[in-house]
Every structure is written in C-alpha cells, then in structure tokens.
Design a protein around this ligand. Structure first.
Ligand code: FES
Ligand code: FES
Length: 169
C-alpha cells in the first residue's frame, strides 16, 4: 500500500509516495528523477544500482525504501558534495576525484557500470586513503563490468588515491 515517507537523499529531505517495500532504486528514479543509480540485474549481483547509505555502499535494487528512513542516502549526483564534506572543502568540486581519474585513465567503454564503480571506489577511498592493488581488487570484487575494463578501473582508483593524497594532479 502506498504511503508517505520522508527520506534524506543528497542532504535534502524529500517526501515520497511509495509502498514501504518498494526498492529504493525505483523511488530515486521515479520520484526524485535521480538517474545515476542504474538498474542492472535487480538481484544485488552487479552493483550498477549502488548508492551510499550512511557512507556504506548499498544495492538500491534490493533495499526497501522504508529501511532508509532516518538515514542519509548519497547518489552519484550528490557524490562531489559528499566528498567535500568528508574533506572539509569550502565547496564541492565539479566531480569526485575518482570520476576525473576514470576519465584520465579512459577507463570506461559503454559506461553502464560507471555508477557502481564510482560509488564503491569512493567508499573505499573514504575508509582507506592508500589502498593496495589487492585491497582495491577485493573491494571491487562484487561490481561487474560487461566490457571488461577492470584493469583500467583499478588504475583509476589508484590514481584517484594519489590525487587525493596530493601526490599527483
Ligand atoms: S541492479 Fe542492483 S546489484 Fe545489479
Ligand atoms: S564500461 Fe561497459 S559495463 Fe563497464
């Protein structure tokens, strides 16, 4: 049964109308017009729908919208501002450093996995500023890229870590 729910997405509290068990992904797309998270498998297997919930990467395709009430959801659209808050920057950059690193490494082809790779990579970099190659591979293990660009995505995450540390531009 449809009901009114208040959810906090990208630092704004929005009133939405949905059945409590509606996947968060549908509410983000249909009620809030946030198209960054993408529908892939619908089974928590690919990562294309990922968002951050209280800073933790979460599969929005299997997350009931009611379960995020009282929590803070960040989508790809809100990631630069989330990064700015993490690093106490006076204003949000145009992109999270990982987004720029993916461009610099020419890491993506069709781009369908882009959302999940960035959300998971950003989560990793927030808790581990200098991840090893093995730690990056382990963190990204549940994110699928049907174009097989994994090596370049992994390089982009390392590059973003170095940029955030001020070791390269
Ligand atoms: S669409 Fe959610 S994990 Fe694949
Ligand atoms: S670039 Fe096509 S799915 Fe990853």
């Amino acid at each position: 049964m449809t009901t009114k729910l208040n959810i906090k997405v990208n630092e704004h509290v929005s009133a939405v109308s949905a059945a409590p068990d509606t996947p968060l992904l549908y509410v983000l797309a249909d009620e809030l017009a946030l198209k960054g998270p993408r529908f892939g498998c619908g089974l928590a297997q690919c990562g294309s729908c990922s968002v951050l919930v209280d800073g933790v990467e979460t599969r929005a395709c299997v997350t009931p919208v009611a379960s995020v009430q009282g929590k803070s959801v960040t989508t790809l659209e809100g990631l630069p501002a989330w990064y700015a808050r993490q690093h106490k920057l006076p204003q949000a950059p145009a992109m999270h450093p990982l987004q720029q690193a993916l461009i610099d490494e020419q890491a993506l082809q069709c781009g369908y996995c882009y959302n999940g790779m960035i959300i998971k990579g950003a989560e990793l970099l927030a808790r581990n500023a200098a991840p090893s190659d093995a730690q990056i591979r382990q963190a990204m293990n549940g994110h699928l890229c049907r174009c097989g660009t994994y090596p370049r995505i992994l390089r982009a995450i390392s590059r973003a870590a170095a940029v955030i540390a001020g070791e390269r531009t």
